[in-house]
Design a protein around this ligand. Sequence first.
Ligand code: FUB
Length: 339
Amino acid sequence: ASENQTEAEQPVAQEVVTVANDPLVTHIYTADPSAHVFNGRIYIYPSHDIEAGIPEKDDGSHFAMKDYHVLSMDSVGGEVKDHGVALDIKDVPWAGRQMWAPDAAYKDGTYYFFFPAKDKQDVFRIGVATSNSPTGPFKAEPEPIKGSYSIDPAVYEDNGEYYMYIGGIWGGQLQRWSTGTYNPNDEYPADDAPALMPKVAKLSPDMKSFAEELRDVQILDENGKPLLAGDNERRFFEAAWVHKYNGKYYFSYSTGDTHNIAYATGDSPYGPFTYQGVILKPVLGWTNHHSIAEHNGKWYLFYHDSSLSGGKTPLRSVKVTELKHNPDGSIQTIDAMVK
Ligand code: FUB
């Protein structure tokens, strides 16, 4: 604030809610929780972190996960059940390594499990696997989704249509697709150019292919201009998620190297979305990744941190805390940098 500003003109500091939560499970490491409510029960589709002994690098090779488990619970605070291995990399014909943040969706009696993994050429693709149970086991399709790339699929259903959001920069390889085809070299926009945007496409009725070309999800600043690549505090990095509240679409994501879960709002699942603020401040460990779901009239933020491993970035645990929308539609910022 400048010296000439009156007290009334000075910006009001956003209220921050501090929380301390325990891991939902402690017998395995879990991360990137995608939560859904199916038949009234909460199902969480996380990554399954393992001690791979690979040194930490910007390309993320230390996240060397090989399978997925599904967790479920009757309600937040209730007993959390681990349903065991739902999909193993050895049962995915096209996958080479690194099973990263997944998501799931339900349509017409079938549960669809979406997951990113590097193919045998070390290029991230998005796979799909199906089951008649929300907990799997899931049977993988022999090939990844045609035209898919990068990481962190999030599937959002709106009026019977399913939209897949994807993207992650650095280790998630989004920067290698700026021309539409794969470029093995990392090329990033200049700091004063628009940031790399996540992508979205509607899924085909069979849920196993894109119904259209992937397009940019525009995230705009308060002046309606795309966020810039150098705006590390606000620009998209990875971990897309969409929820709808009071008729508005909320696109939330991790800002990566500044470690926030940020959100932007818009009037269509395709965007554009206007940046609004921070949902979750940095947690213990480098990554921040979340999902948002409503259950029994309350909204919840599912997230992870590295508290159980004493701060080791690739060994994380999923947690949950209540998320509150203010009457004006803004979301209260949560600080979970404790425990
Ligand atoms: O878990 C591996 C990667 O770390 C995820 O795909 C990213 O979102 C980050 O959480």
